[in-house]
Write a new protein. Sequence first.
Length: 460
Amino acid sequence: MRYSCVILAAGLGKRMNSSLPKVIHKLYGLPLIRYVVDAGRKLKPEKIVVVAGKNHRLIKDSIVDCRDISFVIQRKPLGTAHALLSGTSLLKDFKGTVVVLNGDMPLIRPETIRRFLKLHERHKNTLSVASFVVKPPHSYGRIIRSSDGEALKIRETSSLTKAQKEINEVNSGLYAIDSTAFPLLRKIKLNRKKKEYYLTDILEVVRGRGGKTSVYCMVDGDEFIGINTRQELLKAHDILRKRQVMCFIQKGVSFIDAESVFIHPYAMIGRETLIYPNVYIQGKTRIGKKCIIYPNVRIIDSIIKDHAIIKDSTLIEESFVGSKAEVGPFAHIRPGTSIGQSAKIGNFVEVKKSFVGTGTKAMHLSYIGDATVGRGVNIGAGTITCNYDGRKKYKTIIEDGVFVGSDSQLIAPVRLKKGSYVGAGSTITADVPTNALGISRVRQRNIKGWVKRKIKINGE
Ligand code: UD1
Ligand code: CA
């Protein structure tokens, strides 16, 4: 079967009470439209058309990589039927099934769309609509069926009778339409009250022309939630969080408090990893097997290998943490960092755009920026790579087996060669040769009787 996909995203989203188009509002860091586009992508359609409004630039930017997407601009939001009609202008040569999705249904799952399309194909329908049951039915369009269960029409809340208001089967905003029915979109009449052309009227129009139609009631109502208000956005957050946690529990991940953990839909976590409360795993993060993630940790777009331990209140961004490595508590691993196998990054250590070798330790109060640190290095408490002169950034290279004494400043560019030592409290401005001791501090003087003399002068 040939598919194309049209995503309706040109609505103003007035109910969001926002200056931004509704579909770019974020659900766990990603715009709503991204979820819908990604679900569409999984169907491998010939074409994906996004119908965007005046703010189409913002929508494009929010999707980021849109090479596989064609955009149509619906200049005036004249309703969902008008939006789809605008979308079909890019599908003139397409023959097959068009999957239509509201751009505000981020929780829709590709497998559900596939199941729906199978029904559509099996019954050789011209038009299929996916419905679901929800109590109360909120502002969704109701499915009006005949006494023998045949779906006759869809009615929006503004034009329901008292009895129809009680109907709990509602329109989801997912449709399958055969391309031969495109001309019928023009037969939809303007809704005079709302001054919009409603796509929902297509059911009656197709039926009126003798076309085969079905409304399929899909089981999981949660995934069809349409986001019109911030309350619904909050609800979607909750559903998504629970969905993700349940999915990982089934895959063998343990949680101590599933209520406070968020795992992004693109993240992966290996078996027997243990996750404590208040943990955020964002973006395309991949966590390995048998890791422990302690409370208040946020990990963004990073790779954490097997058996790694991330201790309390640590932030890891766009970085790599090797197997058996330990990071935190209170560590900040900034983008472009690679922490080697079994390395230890401890309390109040910040690492930026640096490579840290196997087994290296920086346990306390350090800043390591733009550095390459070899294997088995010991970085003493309070060590700082001074990588910035106010204009440019410079590199620090610390070779294998180096020992940097506490409270040292390494003024980049500088290289500490293999096996060298830096004396505690040194300010290192020049390279330290292999196996040498680099030390730069004033020799200590002890002034005898100084304290007593001071007290006499001050009269204390
Ligand atoms: C729509 C359906 C309703 C269904 C509900 C499911 C219609 C008339 N009603 O209602 O039956 O139960 O979705 O969530 O279709 N859009 C455009 N151009 C427009 C208007 C809207 O592209 O001129 C887009 C919106 O950006 C949105 C989608 O179409 O992504 C649906 O529009 P929305 O205003 O959210 O419709 P609902 O009132 O939720
Ligand atoms: Ca909606």
